[in-house]
Design a protein around this ligand. Structure first.
Ligand code: F6P
Length: 344
């Protein structure tokens, strides 16, 4: 069987581990692999596809990024784009397609599966907000980066008695913020699920000062909407191919830091962690789970279970419909958010 493999959307550490797992399992099963370049872009126009043989799956387990390349190109947004993808699948003789991605990439996969295409998915997003699954490739590595950044910010915040604001990624949800903040001992975590006002932030900092704390660390998710705070680029919203505002440009962390300094008189600095959260080597946890879901995706192909994907539930690999996984974002539950508040 000829199996096409693509990685779409924002890259994340662990993608190569999943590519390796699908590839090595497929070669062992006597199947052949075609690497589709740069996500869905590789199935548009004339297509951009190359055969993948065993050496291409060697030495990549520990590599960040994706050897296949990625993009946010969205066939849904292109006139006739989805039909073009179907035609290319046919033309290239792909008998199965493994799409590794987050909600955008997997939404396209769900649409194709609905039209009878032989597609299976693999969950990837450092935002960790896909429904049905507890694990998405890249999240663990991102949280480790946030925790390390917080450790570093702590020492300098203590020395200078400053407020430090750390802006982390997260479009609709605050998984990276809340888990990174828990791991790094943040003094306040602001995430989209539980919005606070600027007044509440100031009140909290005043309370900490009154209790004798002479520094504070705040984690803020780039996607938050806060009363009293407007990002600098809200007006001229620049969007990617999936129609998402480029949140990094809103400068929520910088704006919040400026307001805090103005209103409290405490010296305040902002750090934007940005794409450092997505770069570099995957954690051991990401390598292991990306390997497990990658291998399980190949099993779905062998079982002709189109429109399905491996997910992680209660520490085990289970199978779910791609359409269910992309139905809506999975949000941070209140108990987790409240647990973080204990340490404020
Ligand atoms: O893939 C999700 C994500 O990491 C978001 O958290 C972030 O807002 C976005 O990607 C950044 O995207 P880009 O790489 O296009 O700047």
């Amino acid at each position: 069987m000829k199996i096409g493999l693509l990685t779409g959307g924002g890259d994340a550490p662990g993608l190569n581990a999943a590519i390796r797992a699908v590839g090595r399992r497929a070669l062992l099963g006597g199947d052949s692999l075609a690497g589709i370049r740069n996500g869905w872009a590789g199935l548009l126009g004339d297509g951009d596809i190359e055969p993948m043989d065993r050496p291409m799956f060697s030495g990549i387990l520990q590599l960040g990024g994706t050897v296949l390349g990625s993009s946010r190109v969205n066939p849904i947004k292109r006139e006739g784009g989805l039909e073009e993808v179907l035609r290319n699948i046919d033309r290239q003789g792909l008998e199965a397609l493994v799409a590794i991605g987050g909600d955008d990439t997997l939404s396209v996969a769900a649409w194709l599966a609905d039209r009878g295409a032989h597609v299976v998915g693999v969950p990837k997003t450092m935002d960790n907000d896909l429904m049905v699954t507890e694990y998405c490739i890249g999240f663990d590595s991102a949280v480790s980066v946030v925790a390390e950044a917080l450790d570093r910010l702590h020492t300098t915040a203590m020395s200078h008695h400053r407020v430090m604001v750390l802006e982390v990624m997260g479009r609709d949800t605050g998984w990276v913020g809340v888990m990174g903040g828990l791991a790094g001992g943040a003094d306040m975590i602001i995430i989209p699920e539980f919005p606070v006002t600027v007044d509440e932030v100031i009140e909290h900092l005043d309370k900490r000062s009154a209790a004798g704390s002479d520094f504070s660390i705040i984690v803020v998710t780039e996607g938050v909407e806060m009363e009293g705070l407007r990002g600098k680029d809200d007006a001229g919203e620049k969007r990617d191919a999936f129609g998402h505002v480029q949140l990094g440009r809103r400068g929520v962390g910088e704006t919040l830091a400026r307001i805090i300094e103005e209103r409290t008189g405490h010296e305040t600095r902002a750090t934007v962690l940005g794409h450092l959260q997505r770069g570099g080597s995957p954690s051991a946890y990401d390598r292991i789970w990306a390997t497990r879901v990658g291998a399980a995706a190949y099993d779905l192909v062998r079982g002709n279970r189109w429109g399905m994907m491996p997910v992680v539930q209660c520490g085990a690999v289970e199978i779910a419909r791609i359409a269910d996984v992309v139905a809506e974002p999975r949000r941070v539950p209140r108990d987790l958010y409240e647990l973080a508040q204990v340490f404020y």
